[in-house]
Every structure is written in structure tokens, then in C-alpha cells.
Design a protein. Sequence first.
Lengths: 234, 236, 269
Amino acid sequence: MVDIWSGLAQAFWLVITLDAELVEIALRSLQVTLSALVIASLIALPLAALLAVRRFRLRRTVIALLNALMGLPPVVVGLIVYVFLSRSGPFGVLGLLFTPTAMIIAQVIIIVPLIASVAHQSIRDLWQEYHDLLISMNVTQGQKIRTLLWDSRRALLTASLAGFGRAIGEVGAIMIVGGNIDHATRVLTTAIALETGKGNFALALALGFVLIGLAIAVNLAIHALGQTEREGRW
Amino acid sequence: MQLFPVRLTDARATRRGKTLVGPVDLVLGGQGTTVVIGPNGAGKTTFLRMLHGTARLGSGRIDWHCGTEEARHHQCFVFQQPVMLRRTVLQNLVYPLRLRGVARAEAEARARDWAAKVGLSEMLDRQAPVLSGGERQKLALARAMITAPQLLFLDEPCASLDGRAMREIEEHLQEARAAGMRLILSTHDMGQARRLADEVLFLLHGKVHEHAPAEHFFTHPATAQARAFLNGDIVE
Amino acid sequence: MKHLILSIALALGGTAVAAAETMKMAVTTSFHNSGLSEVLLPQIAEDLGIEVQLLVVGTGQALRLGEAGDVDAILVHSRAAEEAFVAGGYGTHRREIMYNDFVFVGPEDDPAETASAASATEALQKIAEAEADFVSRGDDSGTHKKELSLWTEAGLDPTALGDWYKPVGAGMGAALNTAAGMGAYILSDRASWLNFGNKTGMALTYAGDPVLFNQYAYLPVNPDLHAHVKTDLAMQLEEWLVSDTARALIDGYRINGETLFVFNAEAGE
């Protein structure tokens, strides 16, 4: 319990004094995870809509696969990305290993199935509701997908935020592909793992509290953005 | 653009190999209101959908004068349970116009006109799914008519509406008919059928049992089943 | 859209840091936990203009990173594995830099009485006799390999010990946390132990046997295998690591007044 209190106190001071190192790794956490979130959403949301409205032969397989991949252990993703990006691997020449880009790639792979699965559920429900109307209106495939994405945007926001939560708190994969290099690829979660390893529980907890605060702040900010156009939602 | 006459030749609507409606051989002309009646399960909804092109045509043909593809662009369908887009009333009205490439400003102006016409002006910014049943049906009607289709299908548009809402809907339909819109609607309400129909299609067991001008059908039904149905008896 | 702008802004802000030439070196957790790198790296940056990026991993992973060419050099402490690394052609050569020592850490009351042992192997025998809990790194690291060789020297088979022998498969810090949590003995490098922040109830129980000395060596990755490796920088770093500047910093590094490392590099060939 003592650790919790001294962790809270330390977190408080780190934030109040805008500790340079803390600011650096917190910004890097945000940079990596928000980039991964944008890329993953751009892949996952249209994919989810396509899976909801298109009937193709492997559709069920793809959906089952996405659902299964939701539970993929990040450390496995990290290892696979490592093998591909390693100098001895197929994409070694790009020199991406141990860079923030590698971390973004790993996080995209981790959260695309999650975002796509959650989004697919709500888009599918909306499609059942809209099916007769849109078919009757003779809409094109593109118009159909745009309508569904737009009218389920709140559910999609929730799906993306779930992805954000998984990515910002993830340590296994980015530890392997990022390497936790000071001033290069160290982010909040890997710093927490490092400080825990050193037995500095109070500092590790302080960083943990900062991470929680950051996640809450981002969620609130995105919700606030989403609600500027709010009106009499039921 | 000439949709009618439309000719159905041995048309059959099927689902999973089962015939739901048909075979139907029929020619529909280009004027007035056709009312489709018949007992529950006679296939009224499927018949409307088959004609509209959203129910699978298992066999036979439906030939519109201008061709099926072209015809699809000039018809709308109002469902028994209206489907509301999860948007405001205004955006529901704007949607079909935007699909057809109408500019936003003009689309909104026309949407406001139609909202005024059906008495929804006060509710333009309300979310459509929270409207009452009558308001939803009026919105669905306005959303269908806003593109000025030549043909409008309505599947029991007044089921579960109170008398006043039904009266309002019927007024809009009479007005549309007077303006030259072709209407094909199904109903369970014989009073409504008598008020609106120029001709009647009496469906039984998925087949057209009787097709006659309204005044003729209601005064001298040709078949025993139609007589029984009009009397409110059970039809076998 | 807003995310995108934000992340681009962050990305631009984030790249301003790295200006100097950079190279990557894999080091062991025990080296990093000692805190010595925080003394050496700023001086290296100042003297050579090289930003050395450390990948802190276990010895096994450090060697794999070197084999794959993902780092430019490694600094580890497991002689046999290092020699195999050079023999396999993955490293150009092996250069001894310094040593520290391993210590036995255990519960303060020392139930196995390791403090009275005359040698490291005797300490292990006492732990085995008392069947006192013993946490092993179990992660194929340099420390783990050292521990295994000590058991063998003590005439015991580490694979056939009782339930009290607990391989945890974790880094030095995590293993120390585990040992502290269960009141177990553990073999640790001295630096990690001194820097460890969670010592409650634990104490250094045995140290001093020369067999516990822990030699660190520097191995540049072979550029013949991986053309992209920054051999120039790796060579410059090696020259610096065996220089008098490094000697002064390494020998002078203390925690709580205790010397941790002894510089023993031989001057340039």
C-alpha cells in the first residue's frame, strides 16, 4: 500500500513539474498509438462494412479469423514483426527494427482485428435494419458502405477507442520490436516494465498512473469531439 | 419515361426453392391507384416486392415498358414498418435527393417544403427513430415522394395508425394520384380500399384471383371467394 | 482527421532529438541495471559524438540480435557463448573490458547459513541441504549460465533439484522481485543487487569467491555478414571503452560507497 501512495505522490510531482523525460515518453506513447489507431481504423472500418454487406465465399472464414485474432497475444505479434523486420528478415533492408515505425506496425496488427470485429457487429445490425430501404432505393455499393459507416459512427468510435485502449497499454510486442531504447523507442509501458524490473515500484506505479490518466484524457477528448454535433440522442 | 404498361408473364417469386407468389400473368396500365387485397398470407407484400424488384424472381418475366433497369429509378417503396435512417428528420428527407446528386442547398430546401407538406416542420432536427408511429409513416411517405417517382408502392401504409394519421396519409395519396403518380398499395382496410382504389387486385394463395375495376369489384365480385372475403367470411 | 494532424505534429516534434550519429548495442539487463551506462553514455556522446542506443535484453537475446545483424555490437558476460559467437563468424572478435562479481542474496536471517560458507560451491551445497527456496533466472542469460555451472561444480544436477529450486524465466530485476517476494536465495550480479529498489527483508549473504567474478566483453558484429553494420562506430566505441577515460569512469563508479566494476581491458593491440 505504501508503494501506491508514494506512486501517486510521485506521479503528481512528475506531472506538475512537467518532468522532461516523462513528457518525452508520454508524447511518444501518444504518437505511436494514435498513429497506429488512425491506420488501423482506416483498414478495419471499411473492412468491417464490406464484411457486413458483401456476400463472398470466404466471408465467414474471414469473420471467424478476425474474432480469433482479437485474442492474439501481443508478444506473438511482436515476435512475428521482429522476424520480418530483422536485418536477416524479408524486410530487413528497410531498417525499421527498433524504430517507432516498427512499434506502429505491431500495434496496427494487434488492433485491426479488434476494431474490425467490434465494428462489424454494429454495422451488421444496422445493415439488417437498413437493408430493405437501401435495396429499394437502389443505392450503389459505395453509397451503401458510406451510409452504414456514417450512421453507425458512434459505435465505430467505441470500437476505435477499444483499439486505442488495447494499444496504449500494450507492452509485449513493442518491447520486442521497439527495444525500449532511451530517447528513441521508450514509451510509458516499456518504461513501466523497466522500472518494475529495477524494483522501483513507486516510479513504475507513478508512470502507470500517468498512463491511466492519459488514456482517460484521450477518451474524454475524443468523446467531446464526437458530441459537438450531439442532439437529442436516445 | 414510360414505365407502363408493365407485363408479368408467368412470374414467380421464390425463396429457397419455395414459390411464395405466382405464377402471375397480368398487365397493369399506367393510370390511377391499384389496391392489392387478400387474406393474411395471400402474398400481398411479396407481390409488391416482386413487382418492385426486391423479391427474387424465381421464374417468368416482368417487362416494364422502358426496361427494368430504367424503371427501378422511377419507383419508391414505403414499408409497413417504416425504416428510419438514424439521422434527423431533415437528413432523412435530404438523403434520397443527395443519392441522386441534388446539391445540398437545393435538397434541403425541398426537404423543408416536404416536411411542411406532411406537417413535420416543427421536428426537422429531431432524430427520426424517436418519432411516433404516425410521424414516422408520414416521414417515410414524404421521403418516398420527394424524388417525385412515377410509381409508388405502399405496403399497408396505415396499419397500426390511428384514424387521424390514416386520414392525413390518404389525403397525401389522393393528392399524389391527382398529380399523376401511379400508386400500388396493399391494405387490410376495406374502407381504405374503397376510398382509394381505381382497380383492385384480389390475391389468394399467392395467385391473382380477381383483377377488376374498383366499382365493379366492390359491387359485383366475380368469384365466390372474393364475395366471402368482402363479407368478412373465412376464405378457403 | 484530427488524430492524423495531431500525430503528424507529434511525429515532427519527436524526430528533433536524434542529431548525432547513432549505433545500436545490445547489453544485458545486469549491466544496465547497474546504472553504469548512465555514466558512460553521456561521456561517449561528448567524446565521440556517437549516440549509443542500448537494447537491454538477456544474454541469449543479445546474441541473437547480433547474429541477425539487428545491432552493431554487443556487451555481455558469458564467455562460452561469446566464444561460440565469434567462432560462428557473427562477431569480429571478443574484447574483455571489465568485470564485476556475482553475489548470493537471500533472506536476512540466512536460514541456510551461507554466510559461513568457505566457497561459492559450499554455499550452494548448504542451500541444497537446507532445501531453502532458491530462485533461478532460468532465462539462458549470462547469470543463469553462471549459476548452472556453479551447481555442476558443487556436484549437484540443477535439473534434478527439489521443488525448492524455482527457475522463473525472467530478467534480473524481475527475478530479484520474485526472490524478495518468497524469501528465497538468488544469485545476482552485485550491481543489480545494489541498485535494486525492493530490498525489504533481503540481504547479501555470501560473496568473494574468485569463481564468482563476472567478465564483461565487447563484441562488434561482423560486417562481412551484415554490410549495413556500423563497423566504424563500433570500432571507435571499442577504442573508447579500453581508453583511460573509460578506466577512470568504470573504476570510479560507486553505489553506496561500494566499487562495482573493475576495469581490466588490455591496451590497444
